[in-house]
Structures are given as structure tokens and as C-alpha cells.
Design a protein around this ligand. Structure first.
Ligand code: ADP
Ligand code: MG
Length: 389
């Protein structure tokens, strides 16, 4: 068990700045997710903690000790990569045992057996001891690789997109197993992914990285409900959040939001107050597809008429793209929805759920009931940690 701290860490590869003056603190026993697009600097961050890369600037601390000059093998850190390599000539049992038989650890065989049995039960691989890696499925191989890293009982467990190559169903199972593992081991884990569902389901906290910097730090629910900018809002949620051009103006004491899709409405008082502090009146309204109602019948307050632009079944629902004037709006419709392209349909935006962004800055300004929403987001984290948020 150990906390991890990075203070002003910069890592350059020739002219590329992979991580840029990055500071982070991961608490003891936390399941911390680094999330962001390819090239954001996620792997480099892990490598600097593991000690396989050396930053040009800044400090890396594990358990309060500066480790910049400590060899990787002495950091008690275990790392699993996307491309997990098992020893092909060894059985599953011997693969998992290998770190414990190394010069560094050298445990007695009965102790090794005990340690392996514990891990194998957790990872559901007890029945595979005698198999060779080429007799395993991808998912089984990945479980063995994780098992091999865990068997050392490291202080810090670093995982770099370990589930990236697994199919959707296996990913789902493995996510559940990783959570179970975290509860059983009390290790501090930093987990890298570019899959937002993985990030949301596993993380105590998430750091969103872009261009080697932390864009936002918080819980999964904070990322989803109060993203700091449009970049974060787009990364979390499926389909991608809709961003609709709009502006606000004050008329007769009311703050009105007007759009190019035939929708004008009055902002709630808390939203109005925040908007009035803004320098510019041009906005992007962020609204998620599940906050847009859909119907074949028109009429009624707030319903907007559009046409079907695209239809994409995603299993338990259909993502329908509706052309509404100049905008295309992604809507989550029931999976039995059967609409022809160009067919007339009606949508209604749940304006109480809109996230307001500055059109120029692309930064988050406000949402209605922000206080309640963000205190719920905090509570969940406190619940998981049994402590302060
Ligand atoms: P991520 O894991 O988020 O996809 P990386 O940490 O691998 O991102 O890479 C961050 C940036 O550093 C990228 O622009 C990448 O091309 C560059 N980079 C990473 N490793 C090397 C390397 N060994 N040599 C040169 N450039 C590298
Ligand atoms: Mg990477």
C-alpha cells in the first residue's frame, strides 16, 4: 500500500512533450484511472512511475519517498501492458510463479503454491494450471498475466489498457473481476484506458489527460454531469453529447436562450445568474442523447419537427440522428424504433439537463441545479472510500 505523487513532471522525447509539468496525487489504496485519447501521455505517466522512463523534470514519489533515482525493481511496482507476454514454454502455474522464483523474491515452493492459489481463485483460473499459453483464450491469457503481476503483492499496481484487445463481453466480465481484485488486495492502482465505460465503472477518481496535461480531475459522475469543458463532455457518454449553437439575451427581466432549431426558452434563475457573468452571449448547449425525447407524432409544447438523417442500432437501443434545421441531433430511441431515412420525426430537449458552454472558450459555464448534481457526485466517491470526499 502506498500513495503516489508526481510533482511538476515533464517527459520529452526529442521534440515531443509526452507529459508536460504534470502534477497528480493518487491516494493510498485508491483505484485511479488515467483517461484520454491516444497520444495524451497516459503510458508515459505510468512508465515514469514504474521507473522504466526517466523524466527530465519533476519528482515522482511512492509512499512519500522520492523514487527518481530508485531502480524499477526496487520500487515494488507491478505493471501490466496491453500486449501481455507470457512465457510460451511454461505452464500457467509456472508463469504465475515466475516472479516469486526470481532472485529478488525466492520464496519456498509451499509458500508460492499458497500465493498462487489465492490469486487463481480470484481470477478464476484455478482449472488452467497445467495449460500452456497457446491453449488459452485471450481472456484467460490476460487473466494469467494480471495474476502474475498480482502474485508479488506489489505496493502499486499499474495497468496500461489491459482489456483493450478483449471483446465486449469479456471486457465486461473482466471489469467486474478487476473491481473484486481491488477490494481483495488493497493495492494502489493506476489504470489507463481510453474506454469511458471502463473508466467510469472502475475509478474512484479519474484524471482526464490531453497533450500531457491534466484537463480535469474528479469522480466519474463529475466528469459526466459537470465536465469542465467540451473536450471532457465529448469523451464521456455514448452517443457523443450534442452541442447546439445558441445565444442568450435578457428581455423584460427574463434570460432567454435561443437556438437555430426553432427552440427558445427561459433559463432557470441559477442558470441565468451564471450566464449573466459571461462576457459573450454565444453558447453551446450540451445535451445528451438520452435527454432528448423522440416521437413520430408531432404537436405539443416543446416538440421540434425534424427528419431522420441516420439510424444506428446499438443492441439495446437505436441511436438516431435527426436533422433539425442546421443541426444534427443524436437521440437515443427504443430498440424497436423503425424509421425510414428522411422520415418526419419530432424531438423534445429536456432543457433542465442542458450543460452550458461558452461558444468561444468551449469551457463549462453552468447547469441547472449544479449544487445538487455535484454533491451527489461527491457522495458516491465518499461512499466507496468510507471517508471524506
Ligand atoms: P498514450 O499512452 O496516452 O497514448 P503516450 O504516453 O504513449 O500516450 O505518448 C505520448 C506522446 O509521446 C505521443 O505523442 C507519443 O508519440 C510520444 N512518445 C511516446 N513514447 C515515445 C518514444 N519512445 N519516442 C518518441 N516519442 C514517444
Ligand atoms: Mg498508451
Amino acid at each position: 500500500m502506498a500513495s503516489i505523487e508526481m510533482i511538476g513532471v515533464t517527459k520529452r522525447y526529442e521534440s515531443t512533450v509526452a507529459i508536460d509539468d504534470l502534477s497528480l496525487r493518487v491516494e493510498d489504496n485508491e483505484f485511479f484511472v488515467l483517461f484520454g485519447p491516444a497520444g495524451a501521455g497516459k503510458s508515459t505517466t505510468l512508465k515514469c512511475i514504474a521507473g522504466v522512463e526517466f523524466p527530465q523534470k519533476g519528482l515522482v514519489k511512492i509512499g512519500g519517498t522520492i523514487v527518481n533515482l530508485i531502480e524499477p525493481s526496487n520500487r515494488n511496482v507491478s505493471m501490466v501492458f496491453e500486449n501481455y507476454a507470457l512465457y510460451p514454454h511454461m505452464s500457467v502455474y509456472d508463469n504465475i510463479a515466475s516472479p516469486l522464483r526470481s532472485r529478488l523474491h525466492r520464496k519456498s515452493e509451499p509458500d508460492i503454491k499458497k500465493a498462487i492459489d489465492k490469486i487463481a481463485t480470484l481470477m478464476h483460473i484455478e482449472s488452467l494450471y497445467d495449460r500452456k499459453p497457446n491453449q488459452l483464450s485471450n481472456g484467460q491469457r490476460q487473466r494469467v498475466a494480471i495474476g502474475r503481476c498480482l502474485v508479488r503483492e506489489p505496493n502499486v499496481f499499474l495497468m496500461d489498457e489491459p482489456l483493450a484487445h478483449l471483446d465486449a463481453k469479456l471486457k465486461h466480465t473482466m471489469r467486474a473481476e478487476l473491481k473484486e481484485m481491488q477490494d481483495a488486495f488493497n493495492t494502489t492502482t493506476i489504470y489507463v484506458t481510453h474506454d469511458y465505460l471502463e473508466a467510469m465503472s472502475l475509478a474512484d477518481r479519474i484524471a482526464v489527460l490531453d497533450h500531457g496535461r491534466v484537463v480535469q480531475l474528479g469522480t466519474a459522475l463529475q466528469m459526466y454531469y459537470t465536465p469542465g469543458n467540451e473536450f471532457v463532455a465529448k469523451l464521456f457518454g455514448e452517443p457523443e453529447i450534442n452541442l447546439i449553437d445558441a445565444q442568450f439575451y435578457v428581455e423584460g427581466g427574463k434570460t432567454l436562450i435561443s437556438t437555430g432549431i426553432g427552440l427558445t426558452y427561459e433559463a432557470e434563475p441559477d442558470v441565468a445568474a451564471a450566464l449573466q457573468t459571461q462576457e459573450h452571449n454565444r453558447l453551446h448547449l450540451g445535451i445528451r442523447g438520452n435527454n432528448v425525447a423522440f416521437s413520430f407524432q408531432g404537436g405539443g409544447e416543446g416538440w421540434l419537427r425534424g427528419t431522420v438523417f441516420a439510424n444506428e442500432p446499438i443492441g439495446n437501443s437505436v441511436i438516431m440522428t435527426v436533422q433539425l434545421g442546421p443541426e444534427q441531433i443524436r437521440v437515443v430511441a427504443p430498440n424497436d424504433t423503425n424509421a425510414a431515412l428522411d422520415q418526419t420525426v419530432y424531438v423534445r430537449l429536456a432543457t433542465a439537463n442542458v450543460l452550458y458552454f461558452g461558444a468561444d472558450t468551449r469551457r463549462y459555464i453552468v447547469r441547472h441545479n449544479q449544487e445538487q448534481v455535484s454533491s451527489v457526485a461527491h457522495l458516491r466517491r465518499a461512499g466507496r472510500e468510507g471517508g471524506e470526499a
